[in-house]
Design a protein around this ligand. Structure first.
Ligand code: COA
Length: 379
């Protein structure tokens, strides 16, 4: 006999893995400026002859004012700060060993499972939803499925840049609704440091490394302390204003400076101008559709790319300047962690939310792409 009621997807728990090493703005700028001095000294003749532009120094004040970022966690600090290297050096691992991206994903996933009191054997699917995939295949999700000891089920990777987590959340929720799965892990491992051009003054401060995980389940099997998913919406619209042609791996040589387009590049000002109105309009539209008023929103867990962007989006949604309590930031310590940002904010800033209160997880970024997930703490 089939049940007449459709399964209801909820968020059972989240997990977070934070690397041990952190780089402060002061350390980052000191190293960048040493690189600038070295470059300008080594190329003094060409610069004097007008054949080459002298590089300009970075500044801690600019970084903090333009982005709200004060530090970032990384997996490989020393080489990033070495002006002769300026990229992470993560030793290649043999195929028999777990890959570094899967490894950090497993740590976050295991924490989400522990928080929900769920055995990995009872999970049906793993979706690795992130920007910075390490390889083409086999999918990192399948490796995580194996490492967690799941005996059955399936996994795959999906990439919608910084919006990946909310795209993963909607996909997981749809699987629950359709009956394809009852328990789905959405994992967001991000080694952004391998895709950032640490020699680019405009963006060298933007990213950090981290992994997050979200367990989405059928309400019937979820722990009592869960989050109802009130509604989800996804949107994409093509733009080249944020682009990555696939990291250090695809560069002609790891130290090459000529193929900077194989790393993260953006038209930051255009991104700011175009993405803020797109995301604010999308959130307001969804609030209307779901009958949610701005006064109903206890908290916004926004994508963590830039503090000024978040301030503007939150003000448009709430109708007033948001307090740190209404729209918490993790940018100061984590920087932009791509798909994981809104999930770190959600993971770290949810314990004080009371049963029945509502909030919004929202991510946005390259594509362009944006996703909204309205949630309510279970009563
Ligand atoms: N240190 C000191 N000065 C710097 C600098 C640095 N590291 N980088 C740039 N500057 C200077 C520029 O040279 C420029 O100087 P000028 O006015 O004399 O020409 C000035 O600061 C302003 O530069 P600009 O790039 O216009 O800064 P901004 O205020 O737009 O801030 C971003 C830059 C990237 C932080 C901002 O545009 C932004 O957040 N955009 C959206 C980014 C985003 O969310 N991307 C999504 C990624 S997933």
């Amino acid at each position: 006999m089939t049940s007449a009621t459709q399964p209801v997807p909820v968020i059972s728990a989240t997990g977070l893995f934070t690397p041990e090493q952190s780089i402060s703005n002061e350390e980052l700028v000191e190293s960048f400026n040493r690189y600038v001095d070295l470059h300008n000294e080594r190329n003094a003749e060409a610069i004097a002859a007008g054949e080459l532009e002298a590089l300009e120094k970075s500044s801690v004040e600019f970084i903090e004012k333009a982005s709200g970022i004060k530090a970032r966690y990384v997996l490989s600090k020393e080489p990033i700060l070495d002006p002769e290297v300026m990229c992470p050096r993560l030793p290649e691992r043999p195929n028999e060993e777990i890959s570094v991206l899967a490894e950090i994903g497993v740590k976050a996933a295991q924490q989400a499972l522990d928080n929900a009191g769920r055995d990995a054997k009872d999970v049906d699917a793993v979706l690795v939803a992130c920007s910075n995939l390490q390889r083409a295949y086999p999918a990192i999700a399948v490796e995580i499925q194996d490492a967690l000891g799941m005996e059955d089920g399936f996994g795959f990777d999906l990439n919608v840049a910084c919006s990946s987590a909310t795209f993963g959340l909607q996909t997981a929720a749809d699987y629950i609704r359709s009956g394809s799965a009852r328990s789905v892990l959405v994992v967001n491992p991000e080694i952004c440091s391998g895709h950032l051009n640490w020699r680019d003054r405009d963006s060298h401060f933007i990213f950090g490394d981290v992994a997050t995980a979200i367990l989405v389940e059928d309400k019937e099997i979820a722990p009592a302390a869960h989050w109802e998913i009130l509604g989800t919406k996804l949107k994409t619209q093509f733009s080249n204003n944020i682009r990555n042609n696939f990291g250090f791996l695809n560069r002609t040589h790891p130290d090459s400076r000529d193929d900077a387009d194989k790393l993260f590049v953006q038209e930051g000002r255009k991104v700011f101008k175009e993405v803020v109105p797109m995301v604010a309009a999308m959130i307001l539209e969804q609030m209307e559709r779901l009958g949610i008023d701005s006064t109903d929103l206890r908290r916004l867990w926004l994508h963590q790319a830039n503090a000024n962007m978040n301030r503007m989006i939150a003000a448009k949604v709430l109708g007033h300047e948001a307090s740190a309590d209404e729209s918490p930031t993790v940018l100061d310590t984590y920087a932009n962690t791509s798909s994981a940002g809104s999930i770190i904010a959600f993971h770290k800033h949810q314990d004080d939310i009371q049963p029945g209160e509502k909030g919004l997880i929202c991510s946005f970024g390259a594509g362009y792409s944006a996703g909204t997930v309205f949630v309510q703490k279970a009563a």
